[in-house]
Each structure stands twice: as C-alpha cells, then as structure tokens.
Design a protein around this ligand. Structure first.
Ligand code: TYM
Length: 330
C-alpha cells in the first residue's frame, strides 16, 4: 500500500516564509510519492479567539495558498478539518487515554497560554486534536517544521498507549523535517522563531507580501558585528538569512560557501530579498487567479473532504468498537 502523508496549517494570521519553507514547500516536493492529505485546521485555530469573519476568510485564503504553492488537487486531498466530523470525535476518544501530565509538558502550550489572559481548555487539549488528525487517517509520514516535533512525539505516545490498552489499532507516524528551513527565525530577532502571531513589522515575510515590503523587511534584518559572511563565526541572524536563501534556492552547502563567503551584509540581504521575491511572485500570481474563481476552490475543498471521509469514519468505528462504546448492530 502507498504510504500516507498528512499535515496541516492553522488558519490564523498570515502564512509566512517559515510556514512555506518549513512545511508547504516540503509538501509540494514530496506529495506525489505518497497518498497525501493536507488540512486547514480550523478547529485548532479556535483554541485562541478568532473573529468569525476573519476566520472564514482566512480558511479560504490558506486553501488558495496551498493550491498556489503547488499542491496538486488531482492527486492530493485538500480539506478543512471541521468538515470531517471524525477529527473532533476521535479527539474526544483519545482525550480519554491521554494523561494530563503529558499535556502539561508541551512547550507550545506553555508559550501560548502565557500570552493569553484567559486560557481555554481547548488550548490544553490542542495536541490531542492534532494526534487525532494524524491517527484518523493512519498517516505514516507527517511533514512539519521543527516546532511540531514535540507534538508528534506525543501523537506517537498516545497511539502507543491506545494500542497497549485496546490492542493494535494505530500506525506509528514518523516526523519528516525539511533538510533546510525547518526552523526559520524572526528577521528582527533571530533568537525567536518566525511566527504568525508576532506583530512587529520587521519580524516576518508573509507569502503575500509585495516585493517592496519584502525588500524592506529583509534589508532591515538583524545581523551581527562581523564585516561580512564568515561561516565559522557567523551569528544566528546571518545564519538565518543564509538558511532562507538556501531553502528557496535548494543550493548545496558547497555552492553556498563558494558564493557567500566574505560577502558584505548589504549584498547578502539584497540577494536573499531577490531570491525570496523570485520564488513568491509566481505563487502570488497563481493565488490571484485562484481567488478569482471561488467556485473552483469550494469544489476542491468539498471533493477533498468527500474523498477522505470514508477512511475517517472507518477509523472512528474501529476505535469505538475497540473501546467498547455502543455501536449499533442493526
Ligand atoms: P502552524 O499552523 O503553527 O504551522 C504550520 C506549519 O509551519 C511550520 N512552521 C515553521 N517552520 C519553519 N520555521 C518556522 N518559523 C515555522 N513556523 C511554523 C510548522 O512546523 C507547521 O508544520 N499544530 C500545527 C498544525 C496541525 C498539524 C496537524 C500539523 C494541526 N494538526 C497534524 C501536522 C499534522 C500548527 O499549529 O502549525
């Protein structure tokens, strides 16, 4: 059987080049080697308050960006999490086998809850819903950025615990990181991960930023006090700029060293900006075409959900049976 890939992105905030290089570009690269499912995880987004109108628009924006980036809807399934009820249903069933202590250790929960005045229980349960997304389809491979590694370990722990309590049911999903770009850092502060929720103007390059804004953000990026690129002593800001260039260009380490060693930071930044623009412009062009045809997008999302629902339903039925939950016989 062809191995299955599943991954997802939250429709909250603007997708940035960290999401693209850490996740989306990797999905596009590997999609045809697998049976692929890519979700817009709206049930995850509401673990933090979202304005309903903005969320509705964001879901479509992200779906259009999946297509524009090169996810092939003839091969891969693109769907919105909440349209397949098995995600929420399995999440509850898995919640009942997940010790609270495991969730208490999640570093993203600690970081996200610290930023909230009032923390909803959904934010605490967030990684269980993510485990449900993956286990619902018995996914073998989960391509993500580095920040999701702990959540994936938890998904495996939950699967293992379920299997040992109720018998072999779930496949163990493996994490797949991109070779370069697994952790793109903030351009204003290379000690923090580039994030959708960070507000500073110089922090991130969004996938839909225009060339002027991209140049401005990258030219202002934090570097260090060296006069130019030194691969031995460079600080994290310069390393981040080089990683962005390498992830977009897919150059080898040798090519990178030969081209950039000794280069002044002004020139490095110009080249990173132009490389970024050259890769995002075609995506932005396709994006504009896709959003001009909302019927097409709705069709892709409907077909995606319809195609995966039988697998989701079968897993929920099996899990219920294993747990002894009422399953009608007639
Ligand atoms: P989310 O929406 O925060 O991020 C989407 C994807 O982008 C990656 N990413 C990054 N990669 C490199 N550098 C960065 N600065 C960076 N920021 C984000 C993330 O690792 C992720 O791959 N919980 C997930 C969504 C999710 C999911 C799933 C993923 C829900 N269910 C099932 C995989 C499988 C999240 O919040 O991603």
């Amino acid at each position: 059987m062809t191995p299955r890939v599943l991954s997802g992105i939250q429709p909250s905030g603007n997708l940035h080049i960290g999401n693209y290089l850490g996740a989306l570009a990797n999905w596009v690269r590997i999609q045809h080697d697998y049976e692929s499912i890519f979700c817009i995880v709206d049930l995850h987004a509401i673990t933090v308050y979202q304005k309903p109108d903005e969320l509705r628009a964001k879901i479509r924006e992200i779906a259009a960006l999946f297509l524009a980036a090169g996810i092939d809807p003839k091969h891969s399934r693109i769907m919105v999490q909440s349209t397949v009820s098995g995600h929420a249903e399995l999440a509850w069933l898995l919640t009942c086998v997940t010790p609270m202590g495991w969730l208490d250790r999640m570093t993203q929960f600690k970081a996200k809850s610290a930023a909230q005045e009032s923390v909803g229980d959904g934010l605490f349960q967030y990684p269980v819903l993510m485990a449900a997304d993956i286990l619902l389809y018995q996914a073998n491979i989960v391509p993500v950025g580095e920040d999701q590694m702990q959540h994936l370990e938890l998904a495996r722990d939950i699967a293992q615990r379920f299997n040992s309590l109720y018998g072999d049911t779930f496949v163990m999903p493996a994490t797949k990181l991109p070779l370069v770009g697994a952790r793109v850092m903030g351009l204003d502060d290379p000690s923090t991960k580039m994030s959708k929720s960070a507000l500073g103007a110089g922090h991130a390059v969004a996938m839909l930023d225009d060339p002027t804004r991209i140049r401005k953000t990258i030219m202002k990026a934090t570097t260090d006090s060296n006069p130019g690129v030194d691969f031995e002593t460079m600080g994290s800001g310069v390393a981040n700029l080089l990683a962005i260039f390498q992830a977009f260009s897919e150059w080898t380490n040798d090519q990178m060293q030969a081209h950039f060693a000794g280069m002044r930071y002004g020139d490095l930044k110009k080249q990173v900006a132009e490389m970024t623009i050259s890769k995002l412009e075609p995506i932005q062009k396709r994006y504009a075409e896709i959003v001009a045809d909302p019927g097409y997008l709705e069709g892709v999302l409907r077909d995606g959900a319809d195609a995966v629902r039988p697998t989701a339903d079968a897993t929920v039925r099996l899990v219920k049976e294993r747990m002894g939950i009422y399953t009608p016989t007639a």
